[in-house]
Design a binder for this molecule. Structure first.
Ligand SMILES: NC(=O)c1ccc[n+]([C@@H]2O[C@H](COP(=O)([O-])OP(=O)(O)OC[C@H]3O[C@@H](n4cnc5c(N)ncnc54)[C@H](OP(=O)(O)O)[C@@H]3O)[C@@H](O)[C@H]2O)c1
Length: 325
């Protein structure tokens, strides 16, 4: 019997990395064959340390879910850190993986790689066809470089060394392990916190930013982890049939979007907030619609399973478990 592969999950304490570990364990992957290091134990921007780690641990597969991640405010305030740290982490992990014989690696990108005005829903071939959203351009450029690193190693070393590095681009994610910070969180955790606090303080109403009409797509993080394992484990021929050497990334979306007002109403129902929801049309709305085209992944026989209502219920339970409010 062949031993289970030794799998390194980079960023295992993050929202996605922890979901990947949960998914591997749920599928019966032995815990001792899952390799993890905290940021404090291994700084992935440190090239020498990363090479040393791969030399001594010799993983067979890598899920690259470590990244410097943040909202608009953080991206605007620390653009140098966002581009430098993400470029360094990816370059170090991907090159060390290659130099130490790793044939299978999955890189996690983001939907912000697509141009600001990309046709909706956004297809993989919208990449590099237009100008990026200015606020997170440095982060997006790093993510695009991550895709191109994987493709370049495949093109140069795919035949000679069996290198097979793949990329997935998730839509907005939510679920256990999310960041509920009052000022620096994404829309779902921010709404969960606000509605929960309004319920506790018996506030009569809540006002949400903008008209409530922009449409956004949300994917439960355990679905993201399932999609990651699915793409990683596709036979090489199948993956190559559905991708191109220089257009190889795969979108991972839920497949449907909701308006921000519909989302707010869903969160209110789950949290049990019974007051009124107002919109504030004087505040800017941002892009009217952001939806991934996930037909490439659907053709590879994967579809999201967790609906918004079930996902929000689980996310709220996670919030309650970690909140002292
Ligand atoms: N969350 C979303 O909605 C979303 C959407 C699309 C794509 N993604 C992508 O999914 C991936 C994972 O995102 P996430 O939401 O799971 O992020 P996260 O919760 O912030 O986790 C990122 C992880 O990376 C680690 N890390 C950061 N810098 C490091 C370094 N220099 N050395 C070692 N470890 C480091 C962090 O550790 P510390 O916390 O200790 O620094 C953390 O465990 C990212 O590539 C992100 O772009 C996320």
């Amino acid at each position: 019997m062949t031993a289970s592969p030794k799998i390194y999950v980079a960023g295992h304490r993050g929202m996605v990395g922890s979901a990947v570990v949960r998914q591997l364990m749920a599928l019966g992957h032995p815990a001792e064959r899952i390799l993890t290091r905290t940021h404090a134990e291994l700084d992935l921007t440190n090239q020498a340390a990363v090479h040393e780690f791969f030399a001594s641990e010799k993983p067979d597969q890598v899920y690259l879910a470590a990244a410097k991640v943040g909202g608009i405010h953080a991206n605007n305030t620390y653009p140098a850190e966002f581009i430098y740290q993400n470029l360094m982490m990816q370059a170090n992990v991907i090159d060390a993986a290659f130099r130490h014989g790793v044939q299978k690696l999955l890189f996690l990108g983001s939907s912000c790689i697509y141009p600001k005005l990309a046709p909706q829903p956004m297809r993989e071939d919208a990449l590099l066809t237009g100008t990026l959203e200015a606020t997170n351009e440095p982060y997006a450029i790093a993510k695009i470089a991550g895709i191109k690193l994987c493709e370049s190693y495949n093109r140069q070393y795919g035949q000679s060394h069996g290198v097979d590095y793949r990329s997935v681009m998730p839509t907005n994610l939510y679920g256990p392990g999310d960041n509920y910070h009052p000022e620096n969180s994404h829309v779902i955790p921010a709404l969960i916190r606000r509605f929960h606090e309004a319920k506790v303080s018996q506030a009569p109403s809540i006002t949400i930013w903008g008209t409530g009409t922009p449409r956004r797509e949300f994917l439960y993080v355990d679905d993201m982890a399932a999609a990651s394992l699915h793409v990683m484990n596709l036979p090489r021929g199948t993956y190559e049939q559905h991708t191109q050497p220089m257009l190889s990334h795969i979108n991972v979306g839920y497949g449907q979007d909701v308006t921000i007002l519909e989302l707010a109403q869903a969160v209110a129902n789950i949290v049990g907030f019974t007051g009124t929801i107002h919109t504030d049309p004087t505040k800017s709305d941002g892009t009217p619609r952001k939806l991934m085209d996930s037909s490439r992944l659907n053709a590879l026989r994967w579809k999201a399973k967790v609906g918004l209502e079930d996902g929000l219920k689980a996310a709220y339970q996670d919030f309650l478990a970690h909140s002292s409010t």
